[in-house]
Design a protein around this ligand. Structure first.
Ligand code: ADP
Ligand code: GLC
Length: 476
């Protein structure tokens, strides 16, 4: 049986800011079905420590990046967790990456270096008799793991998954010593990047295999536009780079059993949820589609494009219910626009239950991202018969079948894609979406197609297992 150690900064249901947490929470269970035993190494943030019940202390460190730390083993929601309990790094008010004012924690480099160091130590000696055969890191927070493994002489293959290349985890070179990194390896072949220490580069250089969360994003990453500084390194490692599309947790996202909604198994069952959703958002009846959007509000997600394109939806009798939080400027712009339009309703905040209700009650789900490594909300939409209107990029390109004349003629379309990623193209997308919505027969066929799409983890978990096998083989 393969044993894999996940090194990750968030994991549902304990701590989540985005899709990374969903993946870290669902993939281990999917891998367990095919004979891969995963333990998830996760920082013991204050909120995590408050949620976990009984734990077993399995290791301790007298001084881990400036203070004592312990590793605690526990099981939560079927996940086998190793919690890095390091109060000097993780026991604080505020968010997981930043202080209550929203600024990044000044010691983020140390915080996640500690996670990587703990991972390397687990890889070396194991914990309570369990030694991983694969170390699987996610995003920059896990990037320094191969450096620490190298320092300890550990040859366990490191697999690195990029969920978002936009975050590099770069930090000033003066921290070399504090982080316990080898100054001799502070070179462009290893983890030096434009004079800084780069956690993501360390991961990309040190990984036996690299993957990202869709095939299209794996190709996009090789270009300067999408690679955001890392494209050269990725081109050099192209032979070891692949794309494995994310799945969703079909137990959590199932309209037939979802405790947050009026459950349904056919598209007809959506109407009660639509009615309830309109009430929740204070929206009246309307002729056009009720669109929903659930997202972090950042530049990546194309919310500014949406604001510009919105008249094309509203003028055709469409509606939008939006839930999100993030960039204060976008939050204000959305709230102000909502004040001026009866058919736009915005809720600023983070609300898991409401996000389920939106998937159940919406006619269409919007994802107008400038780039999107995979994207999960369009997958939830498919499963709930809520048709995606998405930008043609990354995982959005790979998971939605555009209602092109050819796809409609074959009866296989599941949504609408727009390209290029601009306000004008999105506005055109709204026109196509609204026309399709009024063609009830076609719309219903598309909804049925959507609900039948295989959006679970089965295929992709098998692809991860194959990636682990390839990483193990490469070492021999
Ligand atoms: P990203 O990881 O870039 O944020 P994804 O689409 O992969 O994008 O994942 C986002 C996840 O976070 C989804 O599970 C989505 O439902 C959830 N989410 C984002 N914003 C909110 C919010 N305001 N309330 C509830 N869930 C949210
Ligand atoms: C990232 C990406 C998103 C992806 C998620 C999980 O946050 O922005 O596209 O779905 O990670 O892999």
């Amino acid at each position: 049986m393969t044993k894999a150690l996940f090194v990750v900064s968030e994991c549902a249901p304990l701590v989540k800011t985005g899709g990374l947490a969903d993946v870290a929470g669902a993939l281990p269970r999917a891998l367990a079905h095919i004979g891969v035993g995963v333990r998830v190494l996760l920082p013991g943030y204050r909120s995590v420590m408050q949620q976990i019940g009984k734990t077993q202390k399995v290791a301790q460190f007298d001084d881990l990046l400036g203070g004592p730390a312990r590793l605690r083993a526990c099981t939560v929601a079927g996940l086998d967790l190793l919690i890095l309990d390091a109060p000097h790094l993780f026991d604080r008010d505020g968010a997981i990456y930043g202080d209550p004012s929203g600024a990044d924690w000044p010691d983020n480099a140390e915080r996640f270096a500690a996670l990587c160091k703990a991972a390397a130590m687990i890889a070396k000696g194991g914990v309570d008799g369990w030694v991983p055969g694969i170390v699987h890191g996610h995003d920059w927070q896990a990037g320094l793991t191969p450096e620490y493994m190298h320092a300890l002489g550990v040859t366990t293959p490191f697999v690195f998954t990029i969920h978002n290349i936009a975050f590099h985890g770069n930090t000033d070179a003066v921290k070399l010593q504090a982080l316990g990194l080898d100054p001799a390896r502070f070179t462009s072949e290893h983890f030096e990047f434009w004079g800084q220490i780069s956690a993501i580069k360390a991961g990309l250089v040190g990984a036996a295999k690299i993957n990202t969360v869709s095939q299209t994003y794996a190709e996009e990453l090789l270009t300067p536009e999408f690679g955001i500084g890392m494209d050269g390194i990725l081109r050099a490692r192209q032979a070891d780079l692949s794309g494995i599309v994310n799945g969703i947790d079909l137990d959590v996202w199932n309209p037939a059993t979802d405790p947050n909604i009026t459950t349904y198994t056919t598209v007809r069952g959506k109407s009660a949820n639509k009615k309830a959703l309109r009430k929740t958002f204070g929206l009246g009846p309307a002729d056009g589609p009720l669109c929903v959007l659930v997202s972090r509000l950042t530049e990546q997600k194309g919310i500014d494009l949406l604001l510009d394109a919105l008249p094309a939806l509203l003028n055709r009798g469409g509606q939008l219910a939006l839930l999100g939080s993030g960039d204060p400027k976008l939050e204000v712009a959305l709230l102000e626009t909502a004040d001026a339009h009866a058919n736009l309703s915005v809720k600023i905040g983070y609300d898991e239950a409401l996000s389920h209700q939106m998937m159940a009650g919406g006619d269409a789900i919007l994802v107008p991202s400038r780039f999107e490594p995979c994207g999960l909300t369009q997958l939830y939409g498919l499963r709930y018969g809520t048709l995606p209107l998405v930008a043609l990029t990354g995982g959005l390109a790979d998971t939605v079948i555009n209602a092109s004349p050819a796809a409609l003629a074959r009866g296989v379309a599941t949504g609408v894609q727009f390209f290029p990623v601009s306000a004008q193209a999105l506005a055109n997308g709204f026109v196509r979406l609204t026309d399709l919505f009024h063609d009830k027969k076609t719309w219903t066929t598309m909804q049925r197609n959507a609900m039948k799409q295989p959006v679970g983890w089965e295929t992709s978990a098998a692809a991860y297992k194959a990636l682990y096998d390839a990483a193990l083989e490469a070492r021999q």
